[in-house]
Design a protein around this ligand. Structure first.
Ligand code: CTP
Ligand code: MG
Length: 335
């Protein structure tokens, strides 16, 4: 279908590619944003160290996984060695400290699923969420960043997909659609599945990096500078991959029985994971296995209404890529 699409439907493939690439370029954060993030992190380290000299701060999420677009908020993890601390107390104390140093909009959200302190730094204009001891997020951030270092097409595809999801209102976990983290995993999985593959399965290779977090062993090959040629036998361009991605999620994926798994570099069965029926609030209507917390389905937020919204959006996007005269505009039209 891919070839047919190129030859018959989209004689404008070259123009389309150039357009997608320029959208990608326009979303890349400028260097000075990185510098400002560093500046804020240094300030936070100084404040935190006074109270908890042993603690460390890590950036995670889109500001550190290379999938962050311009003007994103930053996610910070405060790692306090002691596992027995009371997170709420630490967050309230932290909020106190930050408040008295002129940081703005400081709020401790101690009851959230992931409890955090929110703040805004008036000097750099950056907003920031700080969580406690969420080291798995720091490790999965490294995994995503390492994947991005293998083939630039991952970053291009993920930027386009995230931009589409935000424009179409399907990047809202509280409304039952998917997180940015889930979309990036979907992109990695998709590129692992191309023939020839564009990405390898890092967790399936000899481990050169290994840590144990919350009793979970996280190990993978991380010398990605040695994998720069990995995808070179596949010459697909960004427009073809965007088309293929939406086509897969619209018409290719088996929602009834399949789970996508970046950990194994393949599709596995719901049966094998015991994700065949609803347990509590987890419905498993679209199944995306977390690479380290393998009992986590990142699709668990999706309910019987939002699955319809999602699938209709995938179909809309696939059809636009197939037929629309101007996909680069149409795809991102606000809903
Ligand atoms: N995360 C996670 N498990 C989830 C959701 C998120 O471990 N179910 C962690 C991941 O490390 C992820 C980070 O939290 O990178 C931030 O998640 P999210 O906000 O979805 O992604 P961002 O990459 O920060 O995207 P955005 O640009 O939309 O802020
Ligand atoms: Mg984020």
């Amino acid at each position: 279908r891919n070839l047919k699409w190129q030859m018959e439907c989209r004689s404008d493939i070259y123009r389309l590619n150039t357009q997608f690439l320029s959208i990608y370029e326009s979303l890349i954060p400028p260097e000075e944003e990185k510098a400002k993030q560093k500046q804020l992190l240094t300030l936070l380290e100084k404040l935190v160290c006074k109270e908890w000299p042993e603690a460390r701060l890590y950036l995670y999420g889109s500001c550190a996984n290379s999938f962050g677009v311009s003007k994103s908020d930053i996610d910070v993890c405060l790692a306090i060695g002691d596992a027995d601390i009371n997170k709420s107390e630490v967050l309230l104390k932290l909020a106190d400290i930050l408040q008295s140093d002129n940081l703005q909009n400081v709020q401790a959200l101690t009851r959230a699923r992931v409890p955090i302190v929110k703040l805004m730094d008036p000097v750099t204009g950056i907003s920031c969420d700080i969580c406690i001891n969420n080291l798995l997020a720091v490790v999965n951030t490294k995994l995503l960043r390492d994947y991005a270092g293998i083939d630039v097409r991952l970053r291009q595809l993920a930027f386009i997909v995230k931009h589409w999801a935000k424009s179409r209102g399907v990047n809202e976990t509280y409304q039952g659609t998917l997180s940015s983290y889930a979309y990036v995993l979907m992109c990695i999985h998709f590129l692992q599945q191309r023939k020839p593959a564009i990405l390898p399965c890092l967790q399936g290779m000899r481990a050169t990096y290994s840590v144990t977090v919350d009793d979970k062993k996280c190990a993978f090959f991380d010398q990605v500078e040695n994998l720069r040629d990995f995808g070179s036998r596949n010459r697909e361009t960004i427009a073809q991959l965007v088309w293929g991605f939406f086509n897969y999620w619209a018409y290719g994926h088996d929602y009834t029985s399949s789970v996508i798994s970046v950990r194994t570099g393949s599709v596995i069965s719901k049966l094998e994971k015991d994700w065949t029926r609803r347990v509590g609030n987890d419905r498993h209507l679209i199944c995306i296995e977390d690479p380290f917390e393998t009992s986590h389905d990142l699709g668990r937020v999706v309910d019987k209404f939002s699955i319809k919204v999602l699938r209709e959006e995938f179909e809309r996007a696939a059809d636009i890529m197939h037929y629309a005269p101007n996909p680069c505009v149409k795809l991102f039209e606000p809903y």
